[in-house]
Design a protein around this ligand. Structure first.
Ligand SMILES: Cc1ncc(COP(=O)(O)OP(=O)(O)O)c(N)n1
Ligand SMILES: Cc1ncsc1CCOP(=O)(O)O
Ligand SMILES: [Mg+2]
Length: 228
């Protein structure tokens, strides 16, 4: 069952969103990258396999879904709505060149997690109107993980966007993405974002599992998927 967005209760502040985006390197496969993130305690995995064919993505998803289920982790797929539905993933992440959030919602129903990419506040308004569950907003800074990167936002950009969201009553979780390292987290969280998505900085570290554990420690161990 999909959890509802909330911004904290009498029992404490809202949990922080922490999403790991899969990638491959000389050392690690897409699957390795997801397994290390899970072992480090991350409970939200996005399977992003940009240059892979559907059958390879499907095979990888079917291998990772039970691993995520066993640990209570959310598992979503980048770009491929039908494949996400077919494999039994919890949801999908959609960018501006993918199926629209509105069409995906019609296809997948109300319980499916749908994230949308925003680079501006105008994108956020559109994605919110179309019925997304969370927003992936970036890039924070330059990264080589994604081609055709939009202009970087920096911490000031997020502060601006969060302020406009509050003024207009848009309460969707806002997940910062793009070039984020562990050292950026305290300042980024001060901007009012709901959480972060990480890939490269985890995989480039000498010990990715430990790096993920350190990220979670910095986020005060409040990083379940319950931010959704
Ligand atoms: C959490 C999150 N935010 C943004 C993106 C980027 O999605 P998109 O713009 O569709 O680009 P690709 O990832 O498909 O290259 C994301 N995947 N996740
Ligand atoms: C999918 C996506 N969109 C913007 S950056 C990115 C990938 C993650 O970036 P990084 O590897 O720098 O954490
Ligand atoms: Mg995409």
């Amino acid at each position: 069952m999909k959890r509802k967005a909330f911004s904290g209760t009498a029992f404490g502040p809202a949990p922080v969103c922490l999403q790991f985006i899969t990638h491959f390197t000389e050392k690690y496969s897409y699957t390795d990258s997801a397994m290390m993130a899970l072992e480090g305690g991350c409970r939200w995995i996005q399977l992003r396999m940009k240059d892979a064919g559907e059958s390879e993505i499907e095979r990888t998803a079917l291998r990772l879904i039970p691993e995520c289920r066993r640990r209570g982790a959310i598992f979503i797929i980048d770009d491929h709505v039908e494949l996400a539905i077919k494999t039994g993933a919890d949801g999908v992440h959609l960018g501006k060149n993918d199926m629209s959030v509105a069409d995906a919602r019609r296809l997948a129903g109300p319980d499916f997690i749908i994230g949308g990419t925003a680079n501006t506040f105008e994108d956020i308004q559109r994605i919110a109107r179309e019925g997304a569950d969370y927003i992936g907003c970036g890039p924070f800074r330059f990264t080589t993980t994604k081609k055709n990167l939009a202009p970087v936002l920096g911490a000031d950009g997020y502060e601006n966007i969060v302020s406009q969201m509050r003024k207009t009553g848009i309460s969707l979780p806002l997940v910062a993405i793009g070039g984020i390292t562990i050292g950026d987290i305290p300042d980024l969280m001060q901007t009012g974002v709901s959480g972060i998505a990480l890939s490269g900085s985890i995989l480039r570290s000498d010990h990715p599992v430990e790096e993920m554990k350190n990220v979670i420690r910095i986020l005060n161990n409040k990083t379940t998927g319950e931010c959704l």
